[in-house]
Design a protein around this ligand. Sequence first.
Ligand code: ADP
Length: 423
Amino acid sequence: MIARQSWHSEIRRVAVILLVALLLGWLVGSLAAVFAVTVTVILAVWIWQLWRIQQWLHDAEAEPPESFGIWGYIFDRIYQIQSRHRDDQLRLQSALDYMQDSMASIDDGVATLDTRGRIEWCNEAAKGLLGLRYPEDRGQHILNLVRLPEFHDYFSTGEYSEPLELEIVGDEELTLQFEITRFGEGNRMVFVRDVTERVQLEKMRRDFVGNVSHEMRTPLTVIKGYLETLLSDSEIDARYLKPLQQMDQQAARMENLLKDLLWLSRIESLSGTEKGELVDVPALLEELREEWEYNYPERTIEIITETSDSIPGDYRELHSAVANLVMNAVKYSPDDSVVQVRWRREGDEYLLSVKDRGIGIDAIHLPRLTERFYRVDESRNSQTGGTGLGLAIVKHVVMGHKGELRIDSRPGKGSRFTIAIPA
Ligand code: ADP
């Protein structure tokens, strides 16, 4: 609106000047000369105004020059846009300062990277943990400064769903955890955390469970030995027979529990290591078939192998995982139903699934099912005699193979447990 008014008044002003010039020219008898001079003066004024704009724009902070008509309007508009831009910049800068201040104060190391992986900013903790210097290292590629091969691979793959944990070789024990998130248009943020204490505590817990289980095996073997001797004595007092049988049963349960605990702590401690062996899965299933025929003679266990491929892994671990899944399938399904074990490749995954037509599991239990000692139905446990560690073992084996355990189940219909391992 104001723009249009300014234009109108400018055009009016020019028109009046030209009219007056025409009149003057006619009066003095040289119309063309007076007209030409007037137009030249008008043009000169406009060029002068343009020059003033240019001068003023040189100094962004300066107030706009005083002017009139359309030129005054243009000066004011530019000034308004500049001020708004300055305010926005100030607001942005203070938001940025606020963010950086808050990130600078946290104990985790944070570094922001541009779209090409070059450092834009990092906090004090990142300097300490990664040996970065700021602002000297600004603009340097992160991989030139953090020279850890595993971090290099992690950074380059672009697959950041899981954090990377790295034991740093040096004088002191140090384990760092890296996480990368993306933001903006391909920028990345690297978080680094000192997890040495947590890793040490976990190791202590694992060692403790492993040691206790190991230490308890010897006394248990002695107890079991005596129980067996007593039970095989035909002259034993009938009053003691039942208690002795129960003791024998419980000792066997405890033995299984210790065996599973020891196995679990071994798998856990080997979790991060590379599995170099090539496992012939069809041969493994054949070996298991013989065990199943012996252990569950009354059950039909169907094995379907759709690929003869071998995969890198740990034979004993995979053996125990499949054995546990089939044991569960047998335990939690009727005797006359079939349990199906299937080995196949689908896209870039190998899938080993165990399917039963048993009691199934309600969806609310699925998220916690692989926790140690988690049971859907506590009362059923005494009948089935499981240790509650079977699925925890399966989960750790699968994790150690960088795979995923998928559970599909419908109460009353049956369950399918699938070990998916990336090809
Ligand atoms: P458990 O020794 O009790 O079988 P697991 O860790 O192997 O321990 O399994 C945990 C729980 O998951 C079991 O107690 C059972 O309730 C449930 N479960 C496991 N497998 C199946 C299955 N195939 N069908 C139904 N429920 C199952």
